[in-house]
Design a protein around this ligand. Structure first.
Ligand code: NAD
Length: 336
């Protein structure tokens, strides 16, 4: 059994904790509570051990911690750090390196902090036996999954992708916009270079903007292929690629809102959709000198990186068979 601790029990951390608890080859040692909240109450109800990592308001709210962050680190083989942006780096320097414990960081940290960036179906082997690995952001995970499939079949000459990003997560009361469309005034946006930390030889240029929505991100992609493609074959390619779901107008899956409703109706935990959803009717091919492939995809930002964390735990602790790990993880999530 791989013993896993979660430091940072928010949007990503609580999902990774549940996912770890579902794996037959893993044991959830416990989660940290930085300050008391409803998340702490839910962790307690689920029987998760709680370790204090910050404000001393747990006891005042009736939670008796099982120890502090140091006790969690002593018991775990791997720590999944899901603290806010930049705190993962601080924790790496302050705790994980000192205690010589393997640690997974999230997409809010820079590639250089861990030295290895991970998307299971693209580069599982790179994480085998590593001490520190970063799971790339939700947007980068989405780009890597579909572009890797396209690259393997057709070869990619270049990509231009635009990320239409949700303004905030559903539980986030601090961010917006509420009534504006906000372009990222940086050209190109950071997403392209981030994709290259995983798919190293892909030429990609990205632009991004944020919109008043909490549900999902939407990407539009234009890909110059090295070989000719046709729409039917691209649909089949995405259908047969793991962690990608082809969705259709005919199913009335015409928007991010309907995809999220679909995930809730399927009974997915928290109504999550960890697969990248590609719209069948929005796949197009223009066969000119450049063989252009066009498609649109939706990314559930709160959940697409969760299976990646699970596979990364296995890789870092020496499980060599990436395909088998992906299959084991998918089964627990009920995804292909
Ligand atoms: P979040 O704010 O929802 O959760 C962070 C949790 O960490 C909170 O519970 C907070 O109390 C706790 N925390 C804060 N400081 C801490 C500390 N010093 N020690 C321990 N716990 C601490 O954040 P999130 O959205 O889950 O993001 C976590 C990481 O995942 C970031 O790197 C982010 O960029 C990345 N990420 C987020 C999303 C997303 O859409 N939410 C998607 C992919 C990746």
């Amino acid at each position: 059994m791989i013993k896993v601790g979660i430091n940072g029990y928010g949007t990503i951390g609580k999902r990774v904790a549940d996912a770890v608890a579902m794996q037959k080859d893993m044991k959830l040692v416990g989660v940290t509570a930085h300050s008391y909240s409803f998340n702490t109450e839910v962790a307690k109800q689920k029987g998760y051990r709680i370790f204090a990592s910050g404000d001393d308001d747990l006891k005042a709210n009736g939670i008796k911690p099982d120890g502090d962050i140091n006790s969690l680190l002593e018991e775990a083989d791997v720590i999944v750090d899901a603290t806010p942006k930049k705190i993962g780096k601080e924790n790496l320097d302050k705790y994980y390196r000192q205690k010589k414990i393997k640690a997974i960081l999230q997409g809010g940290e820079k590639h250089e902090v861990a030295g290895t960036s991970f998307v299971a179906q693209c580069n599982y082997n790179e994480a085998i036996d590593k001490d520190y690995v970063r799971i790339v952001s939700c947007n980068t995970t989405g780009l890597c999954r579909t572009l890797n499939a396209v690259n393997m079949k057709y070869g990619i000459a270049s990509v231009h992708a635009t990320m239409i990003r949700r303004g905030a997560d559903p539980g986030d009361i601090h961010h917006g916009p509420i009534n504006a469309i906000v372009p990222v005034l940086e050209m190109p946006s950071h997403h392209g270079p981030d994709v290259q930390t995983v798919l190293k030889n892909i030429e990609i240029f990205t632009t991004a903007l944020s919109v008043p929505s909490t549900l999902m991100h939407l990407h539009t992609l234009t890909v110059d292929l090295k070989k000719k493609a046709n729409v039917d074959d691209v649909v089949e390619l995405f259908r047969n690629s793991t962690r990608i779901r082809v969705v259709r107008n005919a199913e009335h899956l015409r928007s991010t809102a309907e995809i999220m409703e679909f995930a809730r109706d399927m009974g997915r935990l928290r109504g999550d959709m960890p697969e990248i959803c590609v719209w069948q009717e929005a796949i197009g091919v223009i066969s000119n000198a450049h063989n252009k492939l066009l498609y649109m995809q939706a990314i559930h930002q709160e959940s697409d990186v969760i299976p990646e964390n699970i596979d990364c735990i296995r890789a870092m602790t020496g499980f060599k068979d990436g395909e088998k790990s992906i299959k084991m993880t998918n089964e627990t999530f009920g995804i292909r």
